[in-house]
Write a protein that binds this ligand. Sequence first.
Ligand code: 4NP
Length: 222
Amino acid sequence: MDRPVRVLFVCLGNICRSPMAEGIFRKLLKERGLEDRFEVDSAGTGAWHVGEPMDPRARRVLEEEGAYFPHVARRLTREDVLAYDHILVMDRENLEEVLRRFPEARGKVRLVLEELGGGEVQDPYYGDLEDFREVYWTLEAALQAFRAEARGLQALAERGVRVPQVHWVGEEGLVLAYLEPGPEDWEGLARTLAALPRRREGSYLAEPGFLGTFPLPGREGG
Ligand code: 4NP
């Protein structure tokens, strides 16, 4: 895929959690020089705060971490659902509301904390600044994992490799379980991995039941 990967963060009001996720993800991409590989935005399922800036507490925490950006709240549209590749929501209520309004989002929409094995990002709106800080660090951990996974899968797709199953995601590499390779896919994946720089001797040894690491390209890599 040589167009950018499109990622949309969604919460209820689009003034607390989803703009925080957007700011954090933009910061993580910038750190790796990956801004041009992703298109990022956020939206709310509800319309109460449309046109407003983000909550001052969200702004403050993002500013503390160097992740602030100007934001105007908006509501999720059908066009978003069609245009974005990944719609990452904060809680189950968001998930249900997105699917209720836009059944076509199925397959693209999931809880952002699935990246960390599950759970919900609790609404900090009626909480205090510490609750916003907790949201920040929870989202940062999830989005580090998401960046790694999305980048690795994108790099494989750019090389024409059918996307294998991701077994585990680390900051520097994906561990891929290539479980049911057809002969052509198998060879293609082995060739692709063999052409990549090796992290460890034997990392890309292709055998039935293959489990290998795929290093994540950063600034300089494809
Ligand atoms: P968010 O937080 O969904 O993270 O933006 C909320 C913002 C506003 C309200 C609820 C949650 N509200 O009820 O107005």
